[in-house]
Design a protein around this ligand. Structure first.
Ligand code: MCA
Length: 530
């Protein structure tokens, strides 16, 4: 295929019968493949009619989007690619200050937000220099679809090269400043094709069995937007769309499904439901977990209750999927709890010690990766990009882990990767990444605060929860409630500490550095694990 636009790949895989169901919504609406293809053509037609110029450096114009999950949101994503523009998805939990930062940083030509937030965000976007501000609601409402309606049902997908920019995904940064990971059409295509094969979609399709994916993840991160949707789009699989994860609604729909993808919190919440059992999972062939570590206890409880073995895999916004436990083979025995599996075909993964030498099996070191799935760099941050790559082109993930001794996987010896920690100070809460520095910078803006330390603590539901330890200038003037109230409305809710302790001083080592380990130990039991 000459055109490397990711949509050209989707188009080449469209089922012969375009009348077949592509997406089914929670309220029973069915969208056919024709609906998806035609509606994305109309939106692409509207985007192309704006004649947006590329940036001075040649980067395609950006379309930033903060909307609730809907089939139209997926169509907008596909339309952006079709028109040759770059998609910038934004978490719906982001508040004004966060949106302002992303718009000023990505400098999109188009911003699409929900109709409910338009009064608040439109002036902000215009002030940030966005030329076109549109709305898209959950119920096919908003100005975007009205604008796109007169455009043709056909659109010639823009010619793109594999290394052309397709999307910018913002990830929080160690310094508190979010970085935009630039993903190319080639990154998206290579990873989607590898997973199509590795996770058995191809085999099902070739056997004439139609997969049905229960899509409960949000559409603004790699997991829900790229991994889940791309898998279904390339497989010609039906997607049952849920606007948000709801364990009871998942259990109702599982008997009609074959594949489910989620973060560990989804599995913990499913296990808390009495009705979750083998019978509900009778047609399922695959449960995938990622975005955060899955506890061995969850893995084994899930196996006992459902007869299904969760497949854990590992990825990042910067790299898409990197490693996976196997799908094929004597599957249940070869999916090893607590590991993230083997490098995916075509992806080089190595574990390196502090001297830069490769670690032996069992030896812990930094995880570095290279492959057609790895991003080109951070948007307008060349120095940061250079820092994160080794001279021989490997990306330093910031994760720390080790490869185990060789075991048989699908009949061949393979080394499984186990992640044991992170060199970067990251908290993963319910599958969302939170960097303490960002939260500390907000808390420290309070005039009553002397300093703060934000930590992640074990949490039964979210895996880890954000918590803060704060030194007040005058403890009589500030308390937990006031700090939480101050943060809500300024930063996304999932970043707001679930607990705050006001203390007289923070523990420090001889060098004066705050000892976060001591704080993590002191408050380890704050969120009793269920
Ligand atoms: C919601 N809250 C959270 C989180 N989500 N707090 C901490 N961590 C969270 N993840 C807040 C809510 O704002 C609310 O706050 C309170 O917790 C309770 O809300 P609840 O109704 O329980 O939350 P929910 O709506 O059920 O959401 C929880 C969730 C959701 C379903 C686990 O966070 C979720 O869908 N997470 C998936 C994230 C994801 O897609 N990650 C993939 C990233 P209040 O009461 O104060 O209002 S992609 C990625 O990491 C890569 C690259 C990869 O490998 O996949």
């Amino acid at each position: 295929m000459k055109n490397k636009n990711f949509y050209a790949l989707v188009e080449s895989r469209l089922p012969r019968d375009l009348n077949g169901a592509c997406i089914e919504t929670q309220d029973g609406l069915i969208y056919s493949w024709r609906d998806l293809h035609f509606a994305s053509a109309r939106i692409a037609g509207w985007l192309a009619s704006l004649n947006l110029p590329p940036s001075a450096d040649g980067a395609p114009p950006r379309v930033a989007v903060q909307v609730e999950k809907s089939p139209e949101a997926l169509m907008l994503y596909l339309a952006t690619l079709r028109a040759g523009l770059a998609y910038v998805p934004l978490n719906t939990a982001y508040q004004r200050a966060e949106i302002d930062y992303f718009l000023r940083d990505a400098q999109p030509a188009v911003f699409v937000c929900s109709p409910q937030r338009s009064a608040d965000l439109r002036p902000l976007a215009l002030a940030a220099g966005v030329a076109h501000v549109m709305t898209l609601g959950e119920q096919r409402d908003g100005t975007l679809l009205e604008a796109a309606a007169p455009f043709a049902d056909g659109f010639a997908t823009a010619q793109r090269r594999a290394d052309d920019l397709a999307a910018i995904l913002y990830t929080s940064g160690t310094t508190g400043r979010s970085k935009g990971a630039m993903l190319s059409h080639g990154n998206l295509a290579s990873n989607a094709l590898v997973l199509d094969d590795f996770w058995g979609f191809k085999e099902e399709r070739e056997a004439g069995d139609q997969d049905v994916l229960l899509h409960a993840l949000p559409l603004f991160h790699v997991h829900g937007l790229f991994v889940a949707s791309h898998a279904a789009l390339l497989a010609g699989a039906r997607m049952l769309f849920m606007s948000r994860f709801d364990p009871k609604a998942v259990i109702e729909r599982l008997p009609r499904c074959t594949v489910f993808m989620g973060v560990p919190t989804y599995y913990v919440r499913l296990l808390a439901e009495e009705k979750f059992d083998r019978h509900v999972c009778r047609n399922m062939r695959l449960f995938i977990s990622g975005s955060a570590p899955l506890l061995t206890e969850t893995f084994t409880d899930f196996q006992r209750r459902s007869g299904q073995t969760i497949l854990e895999r590992y990825g990042m916004s910067e790299t898409l999927m990197l490693t996976s436990n196997p799908y094929f083979g004597i599957a249940p025995r070869e999916r090893i709890a607590g590991t993230v599996g083997v490098p995916l075909p075509g992806v080089a993964v190595r574990v390196v010690n502090e001297e830069g030498s490769m670690c032996l099996a069992g030896e812990i070191g930094g995880v570095q990766v290279k492959g057609p799935n790895v991003f080109a760099g951070y948007w307008q941050m060349p120095e940061k990009t250079a820092e994160e790559f080794t001279p021989d082109g490997f990306f330093r993930t910031g994760d720390v882990g080790h490869f185990g001794a060789a075991v048989l996987s699908a009949g061949k010896p393979a080394h499984y990767l186990t992640l044991v920690g992170r060199s970067k100070d990251l908290i993963i809460s319910g599958g969302y990444n939170v960097y303490p520095k960002e939260i500390e910078s907000y808390i420290d803006r309070m005039p009553q605060v002397e300093e703060s330390a934000v930590i992640g603590l074990p949490h039964g539901d979210f895996g880890e929860a954000v918590a803060a330890v704060v030194v007040a200038r005058d403890p009589a003037l500030i308390d937990e409630e006031a700090i939480i109230a101050f943060l809500k409305g300024q930063i996304a809710n999932f970043k707001v500490p679930k607990r705050v302790w006001v203390v007289s001083e923070l523990p420090r080592n001889a060098m004066g550095k705050v000892q976060k380990n001591a704080l993590r130990e002191r408050y380890a039991d704050a969120f009793k694990i269920a």
